[in-house]
Design a protein around this ligand. Structure first.
Ligand code: HEM
Length: 179
């Protein structure tokens, strides 16, 4: 994944726990020498190793950490670094979720190595929807929960996000989103 993902994790840990803790996590992941570059693509293993090490050092379940990270990404990283892109993608939760593929396509036009997830909105009512998430990567569904909750907060429609179906073989997950 692009370095911006690892850098966002770095920022979240440093803000919450300090720079020394981040050094410990990098060390634990065998990455002490690495200085991440936002627009460089890294092996996915680097991100998984960082999450694993952070989970150990901070004593937080990896899934809980991924959810927190998803929320942090929306409320801090994306807001500060990609505000215009976020504004273009919609001003309410359902519209924004419908635009996620287009948004990642735009991201992909400047990041040629991007392997984006894909999303589909179904069963839309004025208080709920089903979000289908598919990915080439395993284990990131908890991050989607945090991302969507973060978007709910961004649009002043705090939401509940529950995993209702999962197909681990093709990493496809359905979430019930209510607000
Ligand atoms: C301005 C905002 C955004 C930017 C610049 C961005 C960019 C990226 C980048 C660079 C990656 C790593 C993939 C790679 O390097 O191959 C990624 C992954 C991902 N993005 Fe976004 N993204 C944004 C917003 C969002 C939002 C709002 C969601 C909400 C659901 C989202 C969901 C995901 C997920 C779940 C992944 C993990 C990859 C996977 O599942 O395979 N992103 N995004």
């Amino acid at each position: 994944m692009y370095g911006m993902i690892n850098l966002a994790l770095e920022q979240m840990v440093k803000q919450g726990y300090g720079a020394d803790t981040w050094e410990k996590i990098k060390n634990e992941a065998g990455l002490d020498e690495v200085r991440f570059i936002s627009m460089k693509s890294y092996d996915d293993k680097v991100s998984y190793d960082l999450v694993g090490a952070a989970s150990q050092v901070l004593n937080i379940e990896a899934n809980e950490l991924l959810e927190k990270f998803g929320e942090y990404w929306i409320l801090h990283t994306a807001k500060e670094g990609y505000g215009d892109l976020l504004k273009m993608a919609g001003d309410n939760l359902p519209d924004f979720l419908k635009n996620l593929n287009l948004m990642h396509m735009k991201v992909g036009s400047v990041m040629p190595d991007l392997i984006p997830p894909s999303f589909e909105v179904q069963d839309l009512t004025d208080k709920s929807l089903t979000l289908i998430y598919s990915s080439k990567r395993a284990g990131l569904a908890p991050m989607v929960v945090g991302l969507v909750k973060g978007l709910g907060l961004r649009f002043n429609t705090p939401c509940e996000v529950n995993l209702v179906k999962q197909d681990n073989d093709n990493s496809t997950y359905s979430f019930n989103v209510t607000w």
